[in-house]
Ligand binder design. Structure first.
Ligand code: ISL
Ligand code: CA
Length: 548
């Protein structure tokens, strides 16, 4: 009784365009670069591409600060390049989903310009401005990128709200005209033929009216003040239903919401098939172990991932469908979080691949994951480009000192995911002929696409095999998920079952060998991250069997 659709069967691949492939030597990835790598993605088995923002932007937050929703960032190319890319993606039988950033715009967007130029203009109400009696901001909310969420506009003697950087101003979704502008813009891209959208921080769009102070306790606990007033706002469902009706539905467009912090029950309400809101969400609770935040230095225990996944698989229901991911452009590399010891890098990367591609849900790979990319050993704050890291560093230095502040940045910086894609062992990993906007990880001589394409047992070919198996066997997509020996620490074993077809996955989540679970029946090993079978489950061993 699960509805079958293309996006449940697809394997998605996220491209961070700035870091993927430069085609003209200016050191910045671009659309022609992407076009030149489409055959590679097709060869890997990718069905759909999620492209991080490529709209015109002053790049305070690498495109997540949009100046013009209707044009392409000059550094990335032209609208003709975009049209060509879309054509080339479709020609290969793949789909394209765009990044939709509509919680905020750049402060250089013409709407915002008009809003601050003349407070009586209609555009003033497109954003969230407030007066304040004293010199203090209107409330105690804190920005995700450090400091207050309020920026003061002296000429107008008022404050403007920004949950992210002060160049990313929050839109006023209460204003119907704002919502209509957004619907029109979405339809314009769908009219071009794009297949759907990833909706940036879409659960933040509705703010509690009056924008009251955030609770002190919650602020201290979560690390950001005010979040309870917007992470699941009063009109969220209304706005999403309207978006779907007015923009997505007429084009049968696919949507995946980026929804930090909402947990399972709210995810169900956002994605329940009959509720007609979103198709899927990215939930993030599994990216850090409980009690930890991204900037902590700690080892991530995969037993937590197992518990989280089992819990979701068992309770999310048949009306909702999970997204499966560990990485994106906002997070350090998973292999590094779990175990940075290079001895385990390859085995661990393959174990992670096995889990991601055999659980029930839609896998989203992030560029570089398929070659086992790890965090870069940045050595100085001068190598860091990300606005979040730079702001946090500046906030920390006075109390912690430069060394400690940099250590914290190094643990959690989003730049770990943003170093150039490692294509080969040539200059700058084959990413650019010029000077890259961020320098590549220095392991690229050994770890690159070209090398792994030629090695039969590479991580890349492991991914390729898994994707192929998933495509050839619907059971790996729609089949029931049945955990085996669930309570046993470090063992992650499960069946995927549909009718007479059955697959069995067994994984060792730790570095100590362990006993195998005896299964009744005959199973044939079809994929393993070890070249020879053994009686024990070795460190990070991952095996896929098919019942015969
Ligand atoms: O910043 C957070 C807490 O540290 C996250 O929960 C945050 O809400 C989330 O990462 C939002 O990310 C998205 O929107 C941002 C942009 O910088 C990110 O790159 C994007 O993925 C603002 O547009
Ligand atoms: Ca370029």
């Amino acid at each position: 009784d699960i509805t079958k659709t293309w996006w449940k069967e697809a394997v998605f691949y996220q491209i961070y365009p700035r870091s993927f492939q430069d085609s003209n030597g200016d050191g910045v990835g671009d659309i022609q670069g992407i076009i030149s790598r489409l055959d590679y993605l097709k060869g890997l088995g990718i069905d759909a591409i999620w492209l991080s923002p490529i709209y015109d932007s002053p790049n305070d937050d690498n495109g997540y600060d949009i100046r013009d929703y209707y044009s392409i960032m000059k550094e990335f190319g032209t609208m003709e390049d975009f049209d060509q890319m879309l054509y080339e993606i479709h020609r290969r039988g793949m789909k394209l989903i765009m990044d939709l950033v509509v919680n905020h715009t750049s402060d250089e967007h013409p709407w915002f310009r008009a809003a601050i130029k003349d407070t009586s203009s209609k555009y003033h109400d497109y954003y969230l401005f407030q007066k304040s009696k004293n010199e203090q901001p209107p409330n105690n909310w804190t920005s995700f990128f450090s400091g207050s969420t309020w920026n003061y506009y002296e000429k107008n003697e008022e404050w403007g709200l920004h949950l992210f950087s002060k160049k990313q101003m929050d839109l006023n979704w209460e204003n119907e005209e704002v919502r209509k502008e957004i619907h029109t813009m979405i339809r314009w891209w769908l009219e071009k033929g794009v297949d759907g959208f990833r909706l940036d921080v879409i659960n933040y769009i509705s703010k509690k009216s009056g924008l009251p102070d955030g609770d002190e306790q919650i602020g201290k606990l979560i690390g950001y003040y005010g979040i309870e007033h917007y992470f699941y706002g009063p009109k969220l469902h209304q706005y999403l239903k309207e978006l779907r009706r007015e923009a997505f539905e007429p084009y049968d467009a696919f949507t995946v919401g980026e929804t930090p912090g909402i947990g399972m029950q709210m995810s169900k309400l956002l994605t329940g098939e009959k509720r007609k809101e979103l198709d899927m969400v990215f939930s993030f609770d599994h990216l850090e172990a409980p009690g930890h935040v991204r900037f902590d230095e700690y080892r991530y225990d995969l037993n937590y991932l197992k518990d989280y996944m089992c819990y979701w698989m068992e309770h999310y229901g048949n009306q909702c469908w999970m997204s499966l991911f560990y990485e994106n452009h906002d997070n350090p590399r998973m292999v590094s979080k779990v175990n940075p010891d290079p001895v385990y890098r390859e085995t661990l990367a393959k174990l992670l691949a096995m889990i991601q591609l055999t659980l029930k849900g839609t896998p989203f790979l992030f560029e570089g994951q398929e070659i086992g990319a790890v965090n870069k050993k940045f050595t100085s704050i001068n190598e860091i480009r990300d606005v979040e890291s730079i702001n946090l560093y500046q906030e920390l230095v006075p109390s912690k000192g430069e060394e400690e502040a940099f250590r914290i940045i190094l643990s959690g910086s989003r730049d770990h995911a943003r170093t150039p894609m490692q294509w080969n062992d040539k200059k700058n990993a084959g990413f650019t002929e010029g000077t890259p906007w961020i320098s590549p990880n220095d392991d690229y001589l050994e770890w690159n696409v070209e090398k792994q394409l030629h090695q039969e047992n590479s991580i890349l070919n492991f991914y390729r095999n898994l994707i192929r198996l998933r495509k050839e066997n619907n059971t790996l997509i729609y089949g029931e998920f049945i955990p085996i020996n669930r309570k046993k620490k470090n063992l992650f074993a499960y069946l995927r079952k549909e009718g007479p077809e059955e697959f069995y996955v067994e994984c060792n989540l730790g570095i100590d060998s362990m006993k195998k679970t005896r299964m009744k029946g005959d199973y044939r090993l079809i994929l393993s991250n070890y070249s020879e079978p053994a009686d024990e489950l070795r460190p990070y061993e991952a095996n896929l069997y098919q019942r015969i």
